[in-house]
Unconditional design. Sequence first.
Lengths: 151, 200
Amino acid sequence: MKHRNRVDMAWPGMRRAVFRGAYLLLVPILLAVVVLGSSPARAEYADIVINNYSDAAGMRPAIFPHWFHRIRFRCKVCHADLGFKFKAGGNQIDMLKIIDGEFCGACHNGEIAWTVDNCDFCHSGKPGTPTQVHGSTVQKLAKPPQPPAAK
Amino acid sequence: MMATATIRSGGPQRREGRLPLLLLMWLVGGLLSMVHFVDAYAADVFANDGLHDPQGPAFMELQRPAEALAVLPADTAGNKVLWVKALRDGLIKPRTNIMPETKIQILDMDIIFSNTGDNDFVRFPHRAHTEWLDCANCHEEIFKTKFGATPIKMSAILEGKFCGKCHGAVAFPLSECARCHSVKPASFRGQFGVQPVEKK
């Protein structure tokens, strides 16, 4: 009866442990729900695609992530001090201006942020993606999503 | 707590009971992390957003939003971040200016708009806006400083004008009606327009 004895001895501890284990399991489950449940696509709300000249120049369109920048800068830094208009693609930004220290170049100069020779950090969009505010109400309500080949 | 548990379970027996539990937890933990890993890989936001090119040379180097935003207070819409709260709680410390001569002006003054049709009145808080923006971002081009001088229409806002320049584009989206239309006409006492500043 050695075997049975062993089970009897194991069970009371087991039961408590299982309860305790259940609580411990809650932690990773809750974490998983929080991490996976928060639809990450919405985090890219307000990403700006700028494709004024990129396609024609054989570059990927530039993607400006608002979420990344507003952790570091208030809106006014770019939209007042640097003169960015509230309009996707409305600033006629080109690389010459950026290298001259205008627009993105005011920070992306190796002093405040990385330099412009990291082309692919910005020019990371799918070729043919039209200029847009990603996930904007206007994009969703007013215009049907444009096929990439429309341009 | 540890001491009580030891007395109750009585030494060596407890250790025997622990082994299957540890095995179980190891298995479940392993499974969970595998599921998470596979899921995270399959659901790489940048691979499926229709914007980023997975063939781009820097594709893997770009920071994913979840990594930066997960620590900030959660919202239900837009970026899913309560940006105003994150700023006020000091969780983010965004720079205020790049030009040294830029004036930092925070204005703590609410405005109540009553011409809202059947909908609730709108309370516009200057404070939350001036914590992020410069006066010149809105005045005088988008909004006249004088209350009532700008004919704001919801239809225009939905087209991306007035408030819609930011709300629905980068600030919380236009699906969040009650965040602006937050004042019940029936319970509102006082004057419309500029509200007296509350002493804190």
